[in-house]
Design a protein around this ligand. Structure first.
Ligand code: GAP
Length: 451
């Protein structure tokens, strides 16, 4: 009965995001700011769930990881040491006729792709945004908006290692904004000038780096699959020598098949000791680790799984998006998001606006809010209300009807199967805990103390 209809998915996702306040154009009332996007009420919940899921997997669930939240602004020396001032640029060309700008490495012909005009010689364009710190706009106060969060981790490496009494192998994770003055942003939130990264710098003995790198590639690949992305839409791709960033010895990209083609979600790089060596040299500080067992100093190698929060969110949205037609030929748009990622977990829908139903329904909503994000909706037909929840990916809708007043039970509808179950009100919380996998299981002594 259900058939997916595939017509320009990307356009439909963008339109759904706008219509339902998931992702909105920045400064829209002034005509919009190119390539800048705002996450609306459901979007912020979704993106926060993506970031939380990442943090839970790579920090909370692991013994060998700690977190960090470094400042966006750093001393300019950081970017000299990291190589970003010298090498973080793209080749830029201008059309002499229509004045449009392009990345030379993305052009397929020697002439302007818009008007066919003659192009200038390529020149290097540094992607870092600059700003001024303090009231006097002179070059002494020039600072950069970070183009990657990674450097905030490298410059804190020694402090974090000492404060947390860690020794390699261990990792530092961070989520935060990064900025790049991209020449050709586009594809909605896929390539923007302001975006959020979820980065891990995993410090390890040099001889262990290759094996650790391979393990991280597998673990990160699994994360996207575990959160519901269809396997056939995901792939790993090793970068060629010419694609590698200036700091990387080897990088595997995890790519998603977007409607606009296979594109990178995350890169897992072996950065060797490049960054720690550079920062040791430029700062004059010794960033080596002293191994008590071997009595040797060494600079740890770094394996870096670096993901984009916006790109991951977009991939989850696109992958979850479905348009299904029922027996009557009516289309329902549904986001089949993993429960962990769904912005709203439960919608409470009293079948009538009469206080006999809305008052107990509100009491249920209030009780559930202690556990989950809940939406209360009393407007429109029940069919329309189900559709609205399907569109934002709410896994469960709970309706209260006049029979509920007698049998003290409610109806719970499952987003994906659309099956409905009558559940006594006293069982609603355990029922949802089970379904939403938020039930806490007790420690079992025979498992804990098994030999
Ligand atoms: N520290 C390593 C690093 O920054 P990268 O491949 O340049 O590596 C890592 O960026 C991730 O950040 C990418 O895989 C992507 O998900 C995200 N990202 C990079 N540039 C982006 C942009 N302009 N817009 C949105 N996300 C971006």
């Amino acid at each position: 009965m259900v058939e997916a209809i595939q017509v320009d998915t990307m356009e439909r996702v963008v339109s759904l995001c706008k219509r339902r306040g998931i992702i909105l154009q920045s400064s829209e009332i002034y005509g919009g700011l190119a390539s800048c996007w705002d996450y609306g009420p459901y979007g912020v919940l979704l993106k926060n769930n993506v970031k939380r899921a990442w943090w839970r997997t790579v920090v909370q669930a692991r013994e060998d990881m700690v977190g960090l939240d470094a400042a966006i602004l750093m001393r300019p020396e950081v970017w000299h040491a990291s190589g970003h001032i010298e090498t973080f640029h793209d080749p830029l060309v201008d059309c002499k006729s229509c004045k449009q700008r392009f990345r030379a490495d993305q052009l397929i012909s020697a002439n302007c792709p818009v008007c066919g005009g003659e192009l200038t010689e390529p020149r290097n364009f540094n992607l870092m945004f600059k700003t001024f710190m303090g009231p006097v706009e002179d070059s002494a106060a020039l600072v950069y908006l970070r183009p990657e969060t990674a450097q905030g981790i490298f410059v804190n490496f020694r402090n974090v290692m000492t404060a947390t009494r860690r020794k390699p192998p261990f990792g530092i994770a961070q989520i935060g904004k990064a900025f790049r003055n991209e020449i050709t942003p586009g594809n909605f939130t896929f390539r923007t000038r302001e975006f959020e990264q979820m980065e891990i710098e995993y410090f390890c003995p040099p001889e262990e780096a290759d094996a650790i790198w391979e393990r991280w590639v597998e673990e990160r690949f699994r994360w996207y699959r575990d959160l519901g992305i269809r396997s056939e839409q995901l792939r790993k791709r090793q970068q060629s020598a010419t694609e590698l960033a200036h700091y990387a010895r080897a990088t595997v990209d995890i790519e998603y098949r977007f409607p606009f083609g296979w594109s990178e979600l995350e890169g897992i790089a072996n950065r060797t000791d490049y960054d720690l060596a550079q920062h040791s040299r430029h700062s004059g500080q010794d960033l080596s680790y002293f191994d008590e067992e071997t009595k040797q100093h060494y600079l740890p190698y770094v394996v870096e799984p670096s993901a984009g929060a916006d790109r991951a969110t977009l991939a989850f949205l696109v992958d979850a998006f479905a348009e299904q037609s029922d027996d009557k030929g009516e289309i329902r748009t549904v986001l089949q998001l993993h429960h962990q990622l769904a912005p709203i977990k439960v919608a409470i829908l009293p079948l009538s606006k009469k206080p006999e139903l809305t008052e107990p329904a509100r009491r249920i909503a209030e009780a559930l809010r202690a556990w989950w994000t809940v939406e209360f909706d009393v407007t429109g037909s029940i069919g329309k209300r189900y559709r609205r929840q399907d569109e934002i990916g709410t896994p469960y809708c709970l309706t209260l009807d006049f029979a509920s007043l007698d049998d003290h039970a409610v109806t719970i509808r499952d987003r994906d199967s659309m099956c409905q179950e009558r559940v006594p009100v006293v069982d609603v919380i355990p029922y949802l805990q089970e379904k939403l996998a938020t039930k806490i299981t007790n420690l079992q002594s025979d498992t804990i103390f098994s030999k």
